[in-house]
Ligand binder design. Structure first.
Ligand code: MV4
Length: 506
């Protein structure tokens, strides 16, 4: 087993990995940028080292600096978390060359999946169902025209170096193709330094369902079930759940066996996720493979009872998978809400700042993976993901109830968060009925939200909050704050006043 693990990340995922290290009795090393000196992951690790200024390019993406800290601290393995260097094959290669084990797949497997056209060619060879289209990059406009005519419009142009929604163009008719191809090429060149573009048939209102896989270095590969990830906004996932409301045991087995074949075709090791697009007839097509531990891995952990980070570490250390496919059982239902520091009432603008008050969710069936604490200042420099609340229940209905209760308890002040968005999703009849696709959230947000004024409960809470605010207010507004000479107005009067105001209003 490793003698020490460096976590090349920050926030909730760094805390998650540090916890796994402590459970396994492996000392952990945190790294932090100048603005993260007081971050939670720094205090949870056994050791912590500064790696540079706030910009990620100078700290969390600084490969030489991170390897230098690994050597200096005596770490012989690195967990990259997600984002930052997690899918950087050059980093995986640099770790291998420095004699440090990268806890993830090999650089070769990452490279294959990093190029969407290379992945499509390999998967075509392996007989994996792909969205109809070209497997290679387009050579000419004529080729684009022929393929598009063959698969039928609308089609989608995608950058080979893209993924996650970047560098895509929807083309509705042959007349639009030439300008769309030029635009896609120049965008791909600008964004990725690579103008290679391919074409796919456009799947209308698909679901996005992914399959978790795990492969050891001895040829054993298993699937751990799907996650329904259709609820996203601008290619940023917001809520994920498992099982998917539309996947039955038969479909899970077919999708799982295909995901295992994808992993095997790539000689994949460690934890990975195979993404599928699912059309309205429940046909599914390979989209891409994510070569990392994903943000939403806890939903799979809750319904399988497995610890994916423990397993990642054990696999990287050369151990065999301690179970077979037949041992994997799925039980209950889990739903994850991603809590972002952004304002849902103002175009989801980022909302950094000091968390002045924090009441985290807890209680039966609730897991809270957080990178924050009360008094901490959320920096503007990184991804705004603060925490994840994962609700577990014996069935979907119970998971929803528990999450609604937990989100009712959850309170963060000083910054804006998207917690209210989840209250809205969880009570939406379409969500409750499992009627989801990748257009779901946009449709929900296009409908006017019920204003708090129409909600008797929210009004009551507003009255209580006003009373508390007045009672605690240090200004001269007659609020009940102890003055220097010890005199104070009884707080009861503020409660009475707030109550009276409320009564007059209704
Ligand atoms: C598609 C598609 C429809 N048809 N490809 C967006 C992210 C990128 N990884 C692939 N994406 C899509 N590819 C074809 N042929 C629709 C999407 C898509 C989407 C996919 C997954 C999750 C959310 C999405 C939101 C909009 C579009």
């Amino acid at each position: 087993m490793f003698k020490k693990i460096l976590i090349a990340n920050r926030g909730e995922i760094a805390v998650r990995v540090i916890r796994a290290c402590r459970e396994l009795g492996i000392p952990s090393v945190a790294v932090y940028s100048d603005v993260d000196r007081a971050a939670l992951h720094v205090s949870k690790a056994d050791e912590a080292y500064p790696i540079g200024p706030a910009p990620a390019s100078e700290s969390y993406l600084n490969i030489p600096k991170i390897l230098q800290v690994a050597k200096r601290s005596g770490a012989n393995a690195i967990h990259p978390g997600y984002g930052f260097l997690a899918e950087n094959s050059k980093f995986a290669q640099a770790c291998a060359e420095a004699g440090i084990k990268f806890i993830g797949p090999t650089a070769a497997a990452m490279e294959m999946m990093g190029s969407k056209t290379r992945a499509r060619q390999e998967m075509l060879k392996a007989g994996i169902p792909l969205v109809p289209g070209t497997a290679r990059g387009l050579e000419s406009f004529d080729e684009a025209e022929q393929v598009a005519a063959k698969v039928g419009y609308p089609v989608m142009l995608k950058a080979a170096a893209g993924g996650g929604g970047k560098g895509m163009r929807l083309v509705g008719s042959p007349e639009e193709l030439r300008s769309a191809l030029e635009a896609a090429r120049s965008e791909a060149q600008r964004s990725f330094g690579d103008s290679e573009v391919y074409v796919e048939k456009y799947i209308v209102n698909p679901r996005h369902i992914e399959m978790q896989v795990l492969a050891d270095q001895h040829g054993n590969t298993v699937y751990l079930g799907e996650r329904e990830c259709s609820i996203q906004r601008r290619h940023q996932k917001v809520l994920e759940e498992s099982p998917s409301p539309i996947v039955d045991p038969e479909m899970r087995r077919r999708m799982g066996e295909i995901a295992v074949r994808v992993a095997q075709a790539a000689s994949y090791t460690n934890a990975g996720t195979v993404e599928f697009l699912v059309d309205q007839e429940k046909n599914f097509y390979f989209l891409e493979m994510n070569t990392r531990l994903q943000v939403e891995h806890p939903v799979t952990e809750l319904i399988t009872g497995l610890d994916l980070v423990h397993l990642q570490i054990r696999i990287a250390a050369g151990e065999k998978l301690p179970f077979t496919q037949d041992d994997v059982r799925w039980r209950g239902h889990a739903i994850e809400c991603r809590i972002y520091a952004e304002d849902p009432d103002n175009h989801f603008f980022p909302s950094p700042g000091k968390i002045t008050l924090l009441v985290p969710p807890a209680g039966p069936g609730i897991r809270h993976d957080s990178g924050t604490y009360e008094g901490w200042t959320v920096p503007i420099d990184y991804d705004p993901l603060l925490a994840k609340v994962i609700g577990y229940g014996s069935d979907r209905g119970q998971a929803i109830m528990r999450l609604q209760r937990a989100l009712f308890e959850y309170f963060a002040a000083g910054i804006k968060t998207n917690i209210s968005l989840f209250r809205r999703i969880l009570r939406d009849p379409d969500f409750q009925a499992g009627k989801l696709d990748t257009g779901y959230l946009e449709r929900l947000l296009a409908r006017p939200a019920e204003s708090p004024g129409q909600d008797a409960h929210a009004r009551e809470v507003a009255a209580l909050a006003a009373g508390l605010f007045a009672a605690l207010s240090p200004d001269g507004s007659g609020a009940a704050t102890a003055s220097k000479n010890g005199a104070s107005t009884p707080p009861a009067s503020n409660w009475k006043r707030a109550g009276r105001t409320e009564t007059l209003r209704t």
